[in-house]
Design a protein around this ligand. Structure first.
Ligand code: ADP
Length: 313
């Protein structure tokens, strides 16, 4: 597969002091759907804006769609890439349809072609019913859908979506996820950033985990889990964790590997059933337990074991 994004040792320093990206290298092949996962401030937006040519790196080199990062925004190739920022992009006082017409005009798409394309997009992404409604009058989920569809008007080869599912209620989020799943089947190259683990697991075949401006893992979600946490973990929620509890758990867990997130302890390794029974059988320890479960591991566990912190802070 053709490499469409290739970054080498990219760093970005804001205001001579904030190192938002620290030596990031990344290769993306045509048709991949990649999730950029990491806590707020990890550098995801900065990386995406650099790939989109909107921001120049402080150092390092990159090629996007065969153009050097420094020339991307001045080349025709820029039309083959869409960047949808976290905040909605549309004219609030124009209707859904008018917004798409405006966007299409900016890309200089011939009128007839644009008419067909708008109709197809509106139907395909379930905005046809609301096409006459002012953008500002749409629900939050619909507004996000419109923002993403605006990014499709140029039929881009690369679509970059910054936190498309953040700040939406569960129903709205599901409707945006539905749209993203549909997009996945088109075979475009898609980069999605998020700090919501389930969304990345659901949508992306490859996950790039970022923390403090660095890429700390890059693989298929399942591959990462098998390597870092195993397929399953034991999660124990305590109402209190003191030194004694930690020491006891350490002894019981032995060399399995244990991580703490607030009142939660996650233990990975073999024979978690025997381990959970040991905890149950220790009366003093079990008294402090609120819940205890063996469950499938998640990318949140992966992040916790890699950094000692949770993605959500
Ligand atoms: P993320 O998208 O993962 O939340 P960002 O790329 O937005 O991360 O931010 C990375 C770091 O760079 C953060 O510490 C943030 O405060 C800082 N930062 C981002 N944009 C700017 C800017 N324009 N000026 C100064 N600092 C910035």
């Amino acid at each position: 597969m053709e490499v469409v994004i290739s970054l080498k040792n990219i760093s970005k320093i804001y205001d001579n002091k904030i190192r938002a990206l620290d030596n990031v290298s990344l290769e993306v092949k045509a048709g991949e759907t990649i999730g950029l996962l990491g806590p707020n401030g990890a550098g995801k937006t900065t990386l995406m804006r650099i790939i989109a040519g909107q921001l120049q790196p402080s150092s390092g080199e990159g090629i996007v769609l065969s153009k050097n990062l420094r020339e991307l925004l001045r080349s025709e190739e820029r039309f083959k890439l869409s960047y949808v920022p976290q905040e909605n992009i549309f004219w609030p006082n124009l209707s859904v349809e008018e917004n798409l017409w405006m966007m299409g005009a900016m890309y200089k798409i011939p009128k007839k072609e644009l008419r067909d394309r708008i109709k197809k997009l509106l139907e395909e992404y379930e905005l046809w019913e609301v096409r006459k409604r002012l953008a500002r009058k749409l629900s939050g989920g619909m507004q996000k859908r419109l923002s993403i569809v605006m990014g499709l008007i140029n039929d881009p080869e690369i679509l970059i979506l910054d936190e498309p599912t953040t700040g939406l209620d569960p129903a709205m989020r599901a409707s945006v996820i539905g749209l993203l799943e549909k997009l996945n089947s088109l075979g475009k190259t898609i980069l999605i950033s998020s700090h919501i683990v389930e969304d990345i697991e659901r949508l992306c075949e490859r996950v790039v985990i970022m923390d403090r401006g660095r890429i700390i893992a890059d693989a298929q979600p399942m591959e990462l889990k098998i390597k870092i946490t195993g397929r399953e973990v034991l999660e124990v929620l305590f109402n209190e964790i003191d030194k004694e509890v930690l020491e006891k758990l350490g002894r019981i867990a032995e060399e399995r590997g244990m991580a703490r997130a607030g009142y939660k302890i996650i233990i990975k390794g073999d024979d978690l059933i025997a381990l959970s029974n040991e905890i149950r059988n220790d009366k003093a320890l079990y008294e402090n337990v609120i819940t205890l479960s063996i469950r499938k591991s998640t990318l949140e566990d992966v992040f916790l074991f890699l950094t000692g912190r949770l993605i959500g802070g």
